[in-house]
Ligand binder design. Sequence first.
Ligand code: SAM
Length: 218
Amino acid sequence: MAYKFIDNYRERGARKQLVELLKQKGIADHAVLAAIGKVPRHYFFDETFWNQAYKDIAFPIGEGQTISQPYTVAYQTELLHIKKGDKVLEIGTGCGYQTCILLELGAKVYTIERQEKLYERTIQVLPHMGYQPKFFLGDGSKGIAADAPYDKIIVTAGAPTIPEILLGQLNIGGILVIPVGDEAAQKMVTILKTAENDYEKIVLDTFRFVPLVGEKAW
Ligand code: SAM
């Protein structure tokens, strides 16, 4: 894929319109909307498809995977209630768009991807854009124990169940956001860790993600 890093008036205008659309769809967090307004989503697309980059749709990124729909990214990010300096584990880096949104919000991001080709591409593209998360290649369904605990964990692929091992890697007061269901549809679930072995779970709207594949997943 031929990447080109030019952010001209056409793309900036389209990004503003996307932010307005997300507001209309119910995204209210100003910091999240500002981050969406800042990250050039077309940088993750071949120039041939730049006209698709600011539509509110998921889009293929190769290896059978997708860049998530902007609404989904905004929705999951809003649920994380990111504070500056939060240590966030992202499971499913993909192209790294969600990673950039988390970094724009001031999080320290640890992000893991299991597909080597996507990992190799993303570790080139994000630093080129000025974003510096900590990248990992491997099975994120087990989290990353070596760097735990985290303030927030976001899973960007659909899981059959909530991997218990991830709850163990959350700080008290920490939040896990994860889509859970079968391969056709998942419910967005948030879990707040209120004390060691004590959790508050909320089940929200229905989404459709690519599957979380791994030892603690599909
Ligand atoms: N976060 C991305 C974005 O900003 O557009 C979207 C990610 S895509 C919907 C889901 C990603 O999760 C895919 O790249 C897939 O390879 C990855 N994935 C699936 N199972 C995984 C696992 N066990 N560990 C790490 N990544 C995984």
